[in-house]
Design a protein around this ligand. Sequence first.
Ligand code: BGC
Length: 369
Amino acid sequence: MRRIITAGIAAVGAVAMLAMTTACSNEREGSAGTGSTSTKGFAQDSLVGVALPSKTSENWVLAGDLFTDGLKTAGFKVDVQYAGASTTVADQQAQISAMLTKGAKVIVVGATDASQLATQVAQAKQAGAAVIAYDRLITNTRDVDYYIAFDNFKVGQLQGQALIDGMKAKKPQGPWTTELFSGSPDDNNSKVFFEGAMSVLKPLIDKGDIVVGSGQKDIKQTAIQGWKAENAQQRMDSLLTSTYNSGKELDGVLSPNDTLARAILTSVKGAGKPLPVVTGQDSEAESVRSIMAGAQYSTINKDTRKLVAETIAMVKSLQKGDQPQINDTTSYDNGSKVVPAHLLPPVIVTKENAAEAYANDPKLSPLTK
Ligand code: BGC
């Protein structure tokens, strides 16, 4: 686990790197295992399978639509599937197996549980299909060829910094009382986001400038199973009762994404308390509205259109038998190997820069006017 986390730290500098030269290709091929389709190519109208997790945030819904359209336009046959709401792991395992049975040449996977797909990706390797981990890493297997995502560690750092900035803007002098939330423990991203945020927050916590009111600082205590809003709301409700009942002020809450941020705000509102500074991620429309209205403090723009476009570019390279473009060969150790990655830079968004950040997004831009 530690290796994966340190890996995230290295990711910070890695985004700036340009595409690796072909000198790295041999190394990548070696680490990707033998018989990878990446060197042979495949027919232009082949099937590409896209297995996404449950629809726990808007970005997954958008990604599914964009993959369907973009891959079809590129001439591929497409099978996009989502895990259901409850039997998520079994759903996704069955969906990937079915895609391979239908002859998919590439499987793009947004893992519902990072550690539960070893059998399916081994099956892909045997069938000569390439495996791209999309947004979420697949862990403990050598059979994942590439990882494509926004720089998750950087996302966490931006969230941690936004929390500090937001609290300082409201109350220039500390100490600031906060609570920490993290994502679902089965999603590898959750701990990378948290580690990124803690790399910024911990020095202030150690100095006593930031106080975690409940004392719950361990990721096991802060995790929200399944990234579910109701679980976050429940945890916030009980924190308010246990720690903030006697009038203690809550200055800020680290929230790993927008869905949980809104649940946290709902809980605080329900308790009739002043709203703390709350971070987020994903640029969900409702959260952008909330930011513009001065409720949620920040979100992260991870433009799904870009991530899907880069993934489709990767698929096209594999189809031609070329090496896909990657820019990181050190950061994402999945426990079995370092997965060659293509990382995109995330952008922090607050009320101040929202108009600029979403200027090219026809859905979000009108919300900032
Ligand atoms: C994604 C986030 C998303 C979360 C819940 C994470 O893996 O990176 O963007 O908010 O899953 O869906």
